[in-house]
Design a protein around this ligand. Structure first.
Ligand SMILES: C=C1C[C@]23C[C@@]1(O)CC[C@H]2[C@@]12CC[C@H](O)[C@@](C)(C(=O)O1)[C@H]2[C@@H]3C(=O)O
Ligand SMILES: O=C(O)CCC(=O)C(=O)O
Ligand SMILES: [Fe+2]
Length: 341
């Protein structure tokens, strides 16, 4: 188990963090679990993406030591004095951030590191993240990203096979591209005192992930919740040896809405700090995002306008966390002509 040796105080530049009165959390739905080595895995993945936009994968082939090593390095970074951490921030969007999420006023009980998956795009800020243990931390990040990228591509190939789309690398090639705009986020949610009337602190407000696919791993601390189609929230039991996969906005578009980009959030735990690491598999900036032609051949059936990932990203960075970002890219349904009105 990896632990922070001392309690970490989040930098105090924002005095108020919204506390959050939880809605009743239903636990009756169980989160789908997919064994990646199971012969029916592709069918189960498609079903999970349609019903939840979210599932857990086991037998993923990633060495547990690699996950623990990166967690240890992240914990080491978050335990540094605030002044040293601040040298790696503020995030623009990469680097170290505390309490503020994104550029538009969202806050949460969280500190984090956001890294571009392409090491050639590293900046002075991202180098400052590694400054205390440059070789070990950087190597842990690179090895981890290589492995989780493979998991994301394996899952994307099972999705294309399950949907009967040719070629099977139609989606995975976007993430495998050396210019793919993927990133890694390391989140730390310190423990939060429960306030009056069972108010808990919001760690990461509700949102959908903009990319194609997200691969999430956390320590054994709870807090993550996903939103069901009926609007109810379900707590995801933590499991440090598995990955949780999210459908992102771009995959919702590419499947013409058949897969839903899952709304999720994190509430801070009152007893244990949570450390999560999420790989966001994205396409290249110039990639056109449209429903896959082999899935939806007739353009008049497309529910979304064509846009590039770069356009979507700029629009996402102008939005607040909880905004419905795809709204701007939806096509108006054609009005059917009614002659006898
Ligand atoms: C408020 C914001 C933070 C975010 C960019 C945005 O303007 C809206 C999307 C947010 C999100 C959610 C998923 C990932 O954590 C993230 C890195 C991303 O790609 O989109 C964050 C962005 C961020 O924290 O910079
Ligand atoms: O920390 C988590 O478990 C989820 C965080 C998240 O949704 C994100 O970083 O986009
Ligand atoms: Fe997310």
């Amino acid at each position: 188990m990896v632990v922070l040796s001392q309690p970490v105080a989040l930098d105090n530049h924002i005095s108020v963090i919204p506390t959050y009165k939880p809605v009743p959390v239903l636990t009756s739905h169980s989160i789908p679990v997919v064994d990646l080595t199971h012969p029916e895995a592709k069918t189960l993945i498609v079903k999970a993406c349609e019903e939840f936009g979210f599932f857990k994968v086991v037998n993923h082939g990633v060495c547990p030591d690699l996950m623990t090593r990166l967690e240890q390095e992240a914990v080491g970074f978050f335990a540094l004095p605030q002044s040293l951490k601040n040298q790696a921030g503020p995030p623009e969007p990469y680097g170290y951030g505390s309490k503020r999420i994104g550029p538009n006023g969202d806050v949460g009980w969280i500190e984090y590191i956001l890294l571009n998956a392409n090491p050639q795009l590293s900046s002075a800020k991202t180098s400052a993240v590694f400054s205390q243990s440059p070789l070990i931390f950087r190597e842990a990040v690179e090895e981890y990203m290589k492995e989780v990228k493979e998991v994301s591509c394996k899952v994307l190939e099972m999705i294309t096979e399950g949907l009967g789309i040719e070629p099977r690398d139609s989606l995975s090639k976007m993430v495998r591209d050396e210019k793919s705009d993927s990133c890694l986020r390391l989140n730390h949610y310190p423990t939060a005192e429960e306030e009056a009337e069972k108010m808990v602190k919001l760690g990461f407000g509700e949102h959908t992930d903009p990319q194609i696919i997200s691969v999430l791993r956390s320590n054994n601390t709870s807090g993550l919740q996903i939103c069901m189609k009926d609007g109810s929230w379900v707590a995801v039991p933590p499991d440090h040896s598995s990955f949780f996969i999210n459908v992102g906005d771009a995959l919702q578009v590419m499947t013409n809405g058949r897969f839903k980009s899952v709304k999720h959030r994190v509430l801070a735990d009152t007893r244990k700090s949570r450390v999560s690491m999420i790989y966001f598999g994205g396409p290249t900036l110039s990639q056109k995002i449209t429903p896959l032609p082999s899935l939806v051949p007739k353009q008049e059936d497309w529910l979304y306008k064509e846009f590039t990932w770069s356009q979507y990203k700029s629009s996402a960075y102008k939005s607040k966390l909880g905004d419905y970002r795809l709204g701007l890219f939806e096509r108006q349904p054609l009005l059917t002509h009614r002659s006898n009105v």
